[in-house]
Design a protein around this ligand. Sequence first.
Ligand SMILES: [Zn+2]
Length: 348
Amino acid sequence: MKKEEFYDLLESIPKAELHVHEEAVLSRETVKKVYKRNFNQDMSDEEFNSLFEYDDLTGFLSSFIKIQSYFTNINDFEYMFKDFEAYLNKNNIIYCETFFSPTSHLKKGWSFHDMISIVQKNIERIKENSGRTVKLIVDVSRSFGVENAMKNLDLVLAEKNPYIVGIGLGGDEKKGPAAEYKDVFVKAKENGLHVVTHAGESCGVFSMKDSLELCKAERLGHGIAAAQDADFMKYLAENKIPLEVCPTSNIFILKEFNGDMKNHPVKKLYDAGVFVTLNTDDPTFFKVSLIDEYWNIYKDQNFSLDEIKEIIKNGYKAAFISKEEKDDYCKNVDSAWDAWFKKHPDAN
Ligand SMILES: [Zn+2]
């Protein structure tokens, strides 16, 4: 199938995304706008360009935290959610679990409750405008230590907000092993929250095993290290543990792929029976959208259209929603898929 046709098909299919960081959907124009509003001057080209130049995870994470520092007014979340809504619409994402990383903002003295209230208002506006559902996974973050992560969890538990479905462990695995965060995650689980971790991105399979065994993670962010270990891939497949795979993010940040999508192990994982979902991680930073990501794996990884449809459905099957909701969403994928092919009988 040609690119234009593929995009047309994918735009017509309601999709889920499970691994996308909220700030990473801010458009580049909004970054400049927020900067100007808050610092009363234009952002220099040098500073702007430096935000998007990095060749490893550390460089990327410091850009992420720098952009958070441009938010000096809690109402800047409004800008963020306008861009977020546009991103969901453009990609026809009908269900999204997004990471919300409060630590940098809490350090400015902003209250968790105030932030979540604004976020909730925006989530409800999006639902009203387009019927799209957004839920939050609070990234307790491994970049700021265990004590900070536990504080974040306590704020989540005190808040009891219906849009917060779980907590996550983002940041660089090398600097914050999952094992250290065991108590935070066990406590979250005991209190009814879902738990996910970034694991097997910059560290090996041990980090994924620690996440599953010690932190009781229900999904793993990235998880591409598994491709190096046939036994572990078999374990993941047999236990139906979903991976939130984000190929372009890995190609951007990890050197071993030499910048080439063809070298990414997403097809290897899929062919081994691993429960693969497809995500963007940080669309603005990696100049990628969810539909681009589907196109990338179709073009460069030899996924068939049927396999693309299955991965789209996996996004719902791995979501933190009821069995009935999963079934309904999957049925909608089938009917939108059939409707598109009915309209384009010559497509294949
Ligand atoms: Zn991530």
